[in-house]
Design a protein around this ligand. Sequence first.
Ligand code: ATP
Length: 647
Amino acid sequence: MFSISRYDGEDEKQTTDSRSMDKKQERLNKLLEKVNRKRKTEQPDTTITKEVVEKKSKKQPKKQNVVSVNTDEKIDTTEESEKGEEIEEMEEVVEEEDNEENDDKEEVEEDEEEEEEGKQKEKEEEEEDESILEAFPDMIGTQAQQSKEDIKLLRSMGIPEWLLQPTVVSPEETCELDQAGLSARIIKRCGDFGLSSFFAVQMAVIPVFLRRQTLYDTRRAPGDLCISAPTGSGKTLAYVLPIVDILSKRVVTRLRALIILPTRDLVVQVKETFDAFVQGTDLKVGTATGQQSFAHEQQSLVGMTKDSYPGGSSRVDILIATPGRLMDHLKDTPNFSLEHLRFLVIDEADRLLNQSFQDWLNQVLQATRPGDPSQEPLEFKTNTYGVPEADAIAPSYLRSHYNLPKTDLDLTKAPAIQKLLFSATLTKDPAKIAGLHLTDPEYISVQVIGDDSTRPEYTTPAGLKEHMVVCNADQKPLMMIYLLHQVGITSGLCFTKSVESTQRLQLLIEAYEELNEGKKTRVAEYSSDLSVSQRKSLMKKFRAGEIDLMICSDLIGRGIDLDCVDTVISYDVPLFMDKYIHRVGRTARAGREGQAYTIVEKQEARHFKEILRDASHLSQVKTLRVEKEDLARYEENYKKALASLKD
Ligand SMILES: Nc1ncnc2c1ncn2[C@@H]1O[C@H](COP(=O)(O)OP(=O)(O)OP(=O)(O)O)[C@@H](O)[C@H]1O
C-alpha cells in the first residue's frame, strides 16, 4: 500500500523573551476567562472531578503535575459547550506555540521579535477561527435527488445553482493510473509508491485539472473547483499530482501554486507529499508556517536581495502555508508576490473559511489581481532572441507591467488563477462561498449515491464501523478501560476535549495498566503541552507500533494521516457533526477497515443522537450495550488506580 512518510514534527528554532511570555499568558488568561464564563452557564457533569489539577507550567516536567481523582469526583468539571470546546482547542494551540518556542533557544535575537509577532498573529487567527462557528446547514445531493421544495428552499437561502448540482461520484469508483491523463513520469512515480489505481476523488478531479494543461490561457479563466470527499479518500494526491504535472513544464521559477492549510502539522504533511512527487523535476517547494524565523523563511522564499522587482521574485514554485504566516509575507517580505499564481488550493476549506483572521482571504485574492500599471521597467528572463520567456508573467498582469495603452481592440486577459477548495465537510454557506469570488465554478462530490431519503449527509469511509456507548458520567473512565480491553486496541487514537483531560486520562490508564496482569496497553499522551521533539518521537513510536493508544485533543482531529490507526475513541462527545466526521475519519483511511467508539454521557445522549439524526447518520452508529457486570470485572483495579493517583 502506498505510503509516504508522514509528519513527525520538526525541530524548531524559536525562543522568546519574558515580555512576550507575559503577553501570551495574559492572552491565555483572557481566553480561560472566556471559557469559564461560558462554562458557568453550562450544567456541571458528573464524571470524575479533578481534586487538584495544577495546570502544568510549560516549563515544568510532566511528573510535577499533580493529578488526583476519585470516583466521587470528576475529571471534567463542566460539560463542554460547543464554543467552550472550540476555545479550548485554541488555548491548546496557544500552549503549543509557547512550548514550541521553549524548545529551541538558539535563534538570533532579531528573529525573536518578528517570530513573536507572527505567533501573536497566529494566535489571533486561531481565536478568530474558534469564535466563528459554522451555522449554515450542509446539504449535499444532486438536484435529481432532492425534492422540488428542498431545491426551492435552498435557492431561497442563496445557495448558488452550481452548488445544487454537483458532479456526484461514488466512493467505490476507481480508475487505472494511466487513465487520468497524467504524464508517464508521474504515473511511474505513483507506481513506485505502491499505488495501483486512483481513488474516486482522484479519478474525478485530476482530469478536470488537466483540462487546462497550459500555464496561462489568455482567453479563458481555468474555472474553479470545489471538492467534497470523505476523510482518508485521497484528496491530497488529487491536487498534488496534477499541480506537479502542469508546473513541471514551466521555464521560469515563479510562485505558481499556493496551498493554504489550517495547521502547521498539516503543512508539514502536505509538503512531504509534494516532495515525493517533485523529485526528478526542478520544481521547488517551500513552506511558511512560523516554525522557522521570519528572516529564514524570507530568505528561502525570495532570497536576500534588497532590490525590488516589480514582478516579484521567488525561489519556490509551490508554497504551502498557514494563513497567518502568509499574511506576514504578503505585508513584510519584499518581492513576495502572488501575481503569477496559477493554483490557489484551500485545503480543509470549511475550517479555513471560518477564520477571518486579518481578512486573510481578501488579502490573498487582492494580491492575485493586477493593480495600477507599474512605472518601473521589467527585467524578465529572456530567451536567446531577447524575448521574455512565455511563462515569465501572468497574462492578466501584462498591461500593468508593460504600461500598454488601452484601445477598444484590447481583449481583457483572463486571470490565470484557479481556485480549488477541498474538504470532507465542505461548507455551503452562500456568504462564505461568495467571498471566494469563484469563476465558472464546478462542484465535485464523492458521496454514496442512492435514494435521498436514506442517503446520509456525510459519506464516511466504507470500512468504518461506528459505535456509541451510553453511560453515566461517573462511569466514563471505567468505560474507557472496558473498551480498551474489550476491543483489544493495538493502534488507537482517543480524543478528549482538552489538554487537561488528555493528561488525566493518560495518567489514569497508565496507573490501571500497572496494576493489570498480563499484556499491558502502552498508552501515551499527545498534546500541545509536549515539545515538538517529544511529539515527533511519539509519532514515530506510534507508527512503529510501540504505543497502543495515543490520547489526544483535537489538535490532530483533522487532516492528519496515520495509516496505522485501527480504532478511534471519542472520550468526550464531539458536539458538531463535522468534528465527529473528522475524528472518526482518522481511521479506515485509504480503503482500510477501522472502528470508532463514542462514549456518551446519559445527559448528552439526546443531543448527540440529534446531531447524528440531523445528518441522517444515526442509523450508521450502532449502540453498544455494556452491562454492569461487564464493567465490574475492571472495577477493582480501576479504583486502586484512582487511589494511587491521589497519593
Ligand atoms: N490511489 C491511492 N492508492 C492507495 N493509497 C492512496 C491513494 N491515494 C491516496 N492514498 C493514501 O490514502 C491516505 C489518505 O489520503 P489523504 O490524506 O489525501 O486523505 P484525505 O482525503 O485528505 O483525508 P482527510 O479529509 O482526513 O484529510 C494517504 O495515506 C495516502 O497515501
